[in-house]
Design a protein around this ligand. Structure first.
Ligand code: COA
Length: 335
């Protein structure tokens, strides 16, 4: 959907993020799984991930709260100016209340409505697209979007093909109205294909385990993944979503200063980068340090780039994600 040029636009007022202190390295995983640092690095590009210390009660809610608190501090905004909080997550400790409500209470954003959004790894991009649309429609003026996932809390650490990939993180952005209608999200795409749900799912009940997965032992509450199918889907989808986004917005890839891809697997990101002919410094990568943090991934990348002064006013930034559902999303911004 292309945004209308009339009316007003939006801008990213500022960003924040949170990652747990505890590091889980490939060497640590070698101690508990039949795997090797070399295998993990070659197949995924990951060296370390961050994981919450569950014994202290840390998890998705604390990460979401920390990331929003950090964004509020970085922008200097009065929290009472925030009128909506959207938290994308697939690892809530509680489904009621939402993590967004907990973050609202933590930062004192008492004028904000708050809800959680479930679109797995696409959640953060879904969130910023919804925020941009609501602000352009005039329904809201300042929206905080959080992506937060404590993936380590839903990992079966005896399942080597899944647990090596994921880590914990949260990113937050505060998006506000801007008088320039050309500024903000200039094209967005949200998509889903529920027929692929069995590729990535988190069963709470035995009865929900699909026939295709019944032969292997299942740990309820943990993420299940068909890595090969997801890999094939992701390589194709990333490229087609990026190409469609640029075509529809009539923007050349040469005009994109930063491509921020969901950090799922370095090979998937590199395949898109090579096919698009982009230099390495225009495609952000942090998966080597933090692994795949699902909804936390793109928000964390955006904040790291922003804190490094690499999100410059007037430049074009493209964010692209895919994930369980299956879902996908793109968001093209003039920042
Ligand atoms: N260490 C060592 N060997 C492992 C391993 C591990 N951690 N995990 C799997 N293997 C083994 C398999 O058992 C298999 O052995 P076999 O040939 O004897 O049967 C072999 O490695 C190849 O397995 P395969 O599943 O084909 O590996 P792969 O090259 O597809 O890599 C993933 C596995 C998970 C890294 C890859 O499929 C992937 O990244 N998929 C996308 C996942 C993703 O992006 N998920 C997030 C979505 S948001």
């Amino acid at each position: 959907m292309t945004m209308p040029p009339e009316g007003h636009g939006t801008r990213i007022l500022g960003t924040g993020s949170a990652t747990p202190e505890k590091v889980l390295s490939n060497q640590d995983l070698e101690q508990i799984l039949d795997t090797s640092d070399e295998w993990i690095r070659q197949r995924t590009g990951i060296r370390t991930r961050r994981v919450v210390d569950q014994s202290t009660g840390a998890g998705t809610i604390s990460l979401a709260c920390d990331a929003l608190e950090n964004a509020v501090a970085n922008t200097g905004i009065d929290p009472l100016e925030i009128d909506l909080i959207i938290c994308a997550t697939c690892t809530q400790e509680m489904t009621c209340p939402s993590a967004a409500c907990r973050a609202q209470a933590r930062v004192g954003a008492f004028n904000a409505a708050a809800f959680d959004l479930a679109a797995a790894c696409s959640g953060y991009v879904y969130g910023i697209n919804i925020a941009d649309t609501l602000i352009r429609q005039g329904r809201h003026k300042t929206i905080a979007v959080i992506g937060a996932d404590a993936m380590s809390t839903v990992m079966d650490y005896s399942e080597r093909s899944v647990s090596i990939l994921f880590g914990d993180a949260a990113g937050a952005a505060i998006i506000t109205r801007d008088e320039n209608p050309e500024r903000g999200c200039i094209y967005q795409n949200l998509g889903a294909d529920g027929r692929g749900w069995e590729c990535l799912y988190m069963p709470r009940r035995e009865i929900d385990v699909p026939e295709s997965d019944k032969e292997t032992p299942i740990r309820l509450g943990c993420l299940r993944m068909n890595g090969r199918e997801v890999f094939k889907f992701a390589v194709k989808k990333f490229l087609s979503v990026i190409e469609t986004t640029l075509q529809e917005a009539n923007i050349s890839i040469d005009d994109v200063s930063q491509l921020i891809c969901h950090q799922s697997n370095l090979r998937i990101i590199e395949s898109a980068r090579e096919r698009l002919g982009l230099e390495k410094d225009r495609v952000y990568v942090n998966i080597d340090r933090v692994g795949n943090s699902s909804s936390g991934s793109i928000g964390l990348c955006l904040d790291e780039l922003n804190q490094a002064g690499r999100i410059r006013e007037g430049e074009i930034v493209l964010m692209v994600a895919f994930g369980g559902g299956m879902t996908w999303a793109s968001s093209l911004w003039r920042v």
